[in-house]
Design a protein around this ligand. Structure first.
Ligand SMILES: Nc1ncnc2c1ncn2[C@@H]1O[C@H](COP(=O)(O)OP(=O)(O)OP(=O)(O)O)[C@@H](O)[C@H]1O
Length: 259
């Protein structure tokens, strides 16, 4: 469970402070999938990094599983963060370590004893069906496989929350489906709460329970994805929902095949 209340984050900009996240309230129930969507610069990455305090808010409250993170000292925060997994657009695996060593390192940093580490690594690989790639170096893995290793690395520390920052933006559409299937499995089978940042409506539509639409650092609208028809209220939500690119008059599939 994640609750943000009145969270604001500013960065120094060339023309004075820039408000990247502006007084955002967000509640993500335990075990749900929260999408965050918006155009480039809307504040999505900053918002998700505020949840594990990779960015410290200038004001507001960040609660994860009922615990206020902004009041923790560095050591307590470091320990707490091990239960908040994160995956990134470019996977962020260490190139000089095998897939298994990448996961092992994350466990060692989190203080997991040697005896427990091997079992945790094996379990994490099993979740993403990559046990046969444990000894491969990242360069020998496809983008989708690297992202699955990154998911396994995040899972190895048995997190309650998994933060995903554009997890499918660097992979092709078919691999996107594979990555989303594993995220869905992580959510449904392990009950892990997921926050997923993307600029692709198709991605959140496939997996999220609720989508927060961001613009100018604010959450301007929520779309509930419960099967009922979507009724976007803001122009940006309407634009994001209708993600076809039109540079010239519509052509049907038959027309384009013929032409
Ligand atoms: N470390 C930083 N220092 C200064 N400005 C920053 C920093 N991080 C983000 N910003 C600014 O904050 C605003 C929001 O950025 P953010 O990366 O959160 O947006 P985003 O919606 O994730 O965009 P994208 O989809 O391009 O990643 C942008 O104007 C960005 O330039």
């Amino acid at each position: 469970m994640i609750t943000l209340r009145g969270v604001t984050k500013r960065f120094p900009g060339p023309d004075g402070p820039l408000t990247a996240v502006d007084d955002v309230d967000l509640h993500v129930p335990r075990g749900s999938v929260q999408g965050i969507i918006g155009f480039s610069g809307a504040g999505k990455s900053t918002l998700v990094r505020l949840i594990n305090l990779l960015e410290r808010p200038d004001s507001g409250s960040v609660l994860v599983d009922g615990e206020e993170l902004t009041i923790l000292d560095e050591e307590a925060l470091r320990r707490r963060r091990t239960k908040i997994g994160m995956i990134f657009q470019h996977f962020n695996l260490l190139a000089n370590l095998t897939a298994a060593q990448n996961i092992e390192l994350a466990l060692r940093i989190a203080g997991v004893g040697k005896a427990a580490r091997a079992a945790r690594v094996a379990e994490a690989f099993a979740v993403v069906d990559l046990s046969d790639k444990a000894d491969a170096y990242p360069a020998k893995l496809s983008g989708g496989q690297q992202q699955r290793v990154a998911i396994a690395r995040a899972l190895a520390n048995e997190p309650s929350v998994l933060l995903c920052d554009e997890p499918t933006s660097a992979v092709d559409p078919r691999t996107t489906i594979t990555v989303l299937r594993y995220l869905q499995e992580v959510n449904e089978r392990l009950g892990i709460t997921i926050v997923l940042v993307t600029h692709e409506m198709n991605v959140v539509r496939a997996i999220a329970d609720d989508v927060a639409v961001m613009e100018g650092g604010k959450v301007v609208e929520h779309l509930r994805l419960d099967g009922s028809p979507l009724r976007p209220q803001t122009e940006i939500a309407r634009f994001l929902l209708d993600d076809r690119i039109r540079l010239r008059p519509e052509r049907s599939l038959e027309d384009s095949n013929a032409g």
